[in-house]
Design a protein around this ligand. Sequence first.
Ligand code: ATP
Ligand code: MG
Ligand code: FE
Length: 332
Amino acid sequence: PVILGIESSCDETSAAISIDGKIRSNIIANQTVHEKFGGVVPELASRAHQQNIIPAVEQAIREAKVHKNDIDAVAFTRGPGLLGSLLVGTSFAKAFALARHIPLIEVNHMQAHILAHFIEEPVPEFPFLCLTVSGGHTQLVLVKDYFKMELLGQTLDDAAGEAFDKTAKILGLPYPGGPLIDRYAQQGNAKAFAFPEPQIPGLNFSFSGLKTAILYFVQQKEQEDPGFLQSRLHDICASVQERIVSILLNKLRRAAEEAGVRDVAIAGGVSANSGLRNSLITLGEHLGWRVFIPRFEYCTDNAAMIAIAGHHKYRAGDFVGQDVAPLARYSV
Ligand code: ATP
Ligand code: MG
Ligand code: FE
């Protein structure tokens, strides 16, 4: 089948076409209006989605070299995310399905981040473990089948992406700071400073204590030695990144042991982080895991993952009616 995928949960407007489970186009319109506010402004995000969605869909159809008439179903992100943003993609998808008399498929965004692993070979085998680390979520998920997922652990406060972005803000870097910390960390010494590892029982995570520790650390050092932050920026970034990665991988390792799985994946925007990718590969070699890491363009928000999720729901005949509504909160 030819599936049109639509993603609009946060600040990327994206449209993609899959044909028989292969991605033929994946158009992502990034919103730059939020940079000067240091975070996503929901009202501005909805408005930008409204402006970007038709051009993104038209480009996705053009690049895939298909015709509107060829599309067999439209899949859209129902949630979780910003309600105003989700409404734009949902309304578009409903109108498109209604006008073309084709089925409508709703997709859970956090499941889609995981299902990005089915875009390209090699694919993991069920059951596998996925650490989903994004701007709004940090989840350890046991994936039993395409849409049968069990949440083993999650963050009790900030998400991993938030930990990166809030740290970047403390360090005076622009939003979103995750990719910048990654870049500076590559030129720094990760052993320069030791930030605390929170002691959270079980498979849950916490990042707010780390954020506070970094804030106090920077304030105190800057007072003792003005200019400290600028002169040691790369070392601070490398040390913070190392700690975030070790928090994530320690829990991942424990979850894999408890679940008894050897296929281990990461997903979501933070899985683009080079420190996490490298450390995971090393750990996987050490423990005999098969490690799965998505290509960069399928880590952050994209409609290719929505189209792939839609493809598998299409095969299962899992459609929704025109009365479907988006969900700001939507469990994996
Ligand atoms: P959610 O999926 O939870 O709804 P989201 O869709 O906003 O949230 P994504 O687009 O998947 O999240 O990921 C964005 C996050 O990934 C941001 O916090 C960003 O800083 C972070 N990120 C992206 N690239 C990197 C990188 N190289 N290193 C660290 N963090 C990164
Ligand atoms: Mg985003
Ligand atoms: Fe996301």
